[in-house]
Write a protein that binds this ligand. Structure first.
Ligand SMILES: C[S@@+](CC[C@H](N)C(=O)[O-])C[C@H]1O[C@@H](n2cnc3c(N)ncnc32)[C@H](O)[C@@H]1O
Length: 455
């Protein structure tokens, strides 16, 4: 059979899942990524794109469903860009993530001899997020608040209930929509620059119950928005903070240049691992509190700390890992490029009475060599880089530091495999890798790897 063409309708067996969660079907070796396909399905699918080496197709009908296929509970599933795996049983999602980690380490890292521990499943496959960011748009006759449609950044779905957040957060979302409509609030228009509302971020400390709404608007219109904040608190008494962030620029980002307090405090609190963290509107905080605590417990065990070690926490963010490890270390150095995150880390250290941490602002590739020139050494290094993984200069500095143990926390198995492969060539052994499911219903994969210095 010739290579499929756009518009062809084919009978396919889905035999795998791709990185982004699409099903994979094949026609005589030619790969088709099939949106909505689950491994084990027999489907009729229409080809929507046919490139020279692979194509894309969408499911027209499911002829024989896979045993792993389940009914997605969300009314927006398939259209919303938020969750892509709700149609796959949770057990199959876990199997898919474990396999992706193994495949990347073997294929990209060239790694064979290591222990792939079973993935740590999330106790709450739904309702686990402590933060959701919604976009506000003009609907046909009223403001709409929701999430972007899959692959259509210009289309926002008016979401009444998101299954990834709690009932409290859903109540706040519903009340904000009701307030915006009842008060006839205007919505920002990117072309003309007119209008007020742009984004709304809802947060809830899962351990404290304290909730926050951050309204991002185009102007510092406190007078208009303070009554909205009161309306929100009337509906949700646990609302501890409502802030207004002003973004008057065209750039479509939910970050403001000035902040005004509309109600309560400028932050909420969350507890994790026995510590309390202050989370303000612009702070980074792990979005799955329960699973982050379990992830950090895996990290802490991997560090094998006795209390005498000097630890470095590379890409330290707001300092959660540093502060948790400080209780069992001599000293911890955190390195983080965002000065706002470093300020949060310093404040969190103070609030928790932790005095044996130093947080240094800057890029790892610059700050780490400077620390080493100053004679600082580390027994144990924890690294939790962004998706891109290590910059080559940062990786070389780390290899020159030669810590005895290196605990790599990764949100991207491809860059994890690349960096671990490099470190193995520089004298490390990969002991074990443990995937941790931080984001059920989505294809995101987190994993912890322990490397030991052998030569
Ligand atoms: C996955 S987050 C780490 C989160 C952190 N473990 C926590 O729990 O707060 C990655 C962090 O790396 C920071 N980052 C990104 N590029 C960096 C660089 N070149 N040097 C230092 N930090 C960087 C980001 O600002 C972000 O805070």
């Amino acid at each position: 059979m010739a290579k499929p063409k756009r518009g062809d309708v084919l009978d396919l067996t889905i035999d795998d899942l791709a990185f982004g969660g699409e099903g994979v079907g094949r026609v005589q070796g030619y790969v088709l990524f099939v949106r909505g396909g689950v491994p084990g399905d027999r489907v009729r699918a229409r080809v929507v794109e046919a490139r020279s080496r692979f194509g894309r197709a969408v499911v027209e009908s499911i002829e024989t469903p896979s045993l792993d296929r389940v009914e997605a509970p969300c009314a927006y599933f398939g259209r919303c860009g938020g969750c892509r795996l709700q149609h796959l049983s949770y057990a199959a999602q876990l199997g898919f993530k474990e396999k992706q980690v193994r495949d990347c380490l073997e294929r990209i890292g060239g790694l064979g001899e290591f222990d792939l521990r079973p993935i740590l499943a999330a106790p709450e496959p739904y309702g686990y997020r402590n933060k959701m960011e919604f976009t506000i748009v003009r609907g046909a006759d009223a403001p709409e608040i929701g999430l972007h449609q899959a692959d259509r950044y210009d289309v926002v779905l008016d979401i009444e209930r998101c299954h990834l957040q709690s009932d409290t957060m859903n109540a706040l979302l519903a009340e904000l929509r009701a307030q915006a409509r009842a008060r006839g609030l205007s919505v920002y228009d990117q072309d003309s620059g007119a209008g007020l509302l742009r984004f709304a971020t809802v947060r809830e400390g899962r351990r404290t119950g304290e909730a926050m709404v951050n309204i991002v608007a185009a102007a510092p219109d406190v007078e208009t928005l303070a009554p909205v904040a009161e309306g929100l608190r009337a509906r949700v008494p646990a609302l501890a903070s409502v802030v207004l962030n002003v973004n008057a620029k065209k750039a479509s980002v939910a970050v403001g240049t000035e902040e005004h307090l509309l109600l309560g405090r400028d932050h909420i609190r969350e507890s994790l691992g026995g510590l309390t963290f202050q989370v303000s509107a612009s702070s980074f905080f792990q979005t799955n509190t329960v699973q982050a605590e379990r992830l950090f417990a895996v990290v802490e065990a991997a560090c094998e700390l006795s209390g005498t070690e000097t630890v470095m926490d590379l890409y330290s963010g707001t300092g959660a890992i540093s502060l948790l490890l400080a209780r069992r270390s001599r000293w911890v150095y955190g390195i983080e490029v965002s000065t706002a995150a470093v300020d949060d880390a310093l404040r969190n250290a103070r609030e928790n009475g932790i005095e044996n941490c130093t947080f240094l602002p800057g890029e790892v590739r610059h700050v780490l060599p400077t620390l080493m020139r100053d004679g600082v050494r580390a027994d144990v290094v924890v690294a939790d880089p962004p998706r891109a993984g290590f910059h080559p200069k940062a990786l070389n500095a780390l290899a020159a530091l030669r810590p005895t143990r290196l605990v790599y926390v990764s949100c991207n198995p491809s860059t994890l495999a690349r960096d671990v492969g490099d470190l193995v060539r520089q004298g490390y052994r990969l002991d074990w890798v443990e995937p941790v499911d931080m984001f059920p219903q989505t294809p995101h994969i987190e994993a912890v790897a322990l490397l030991r210095l052998v030569s």
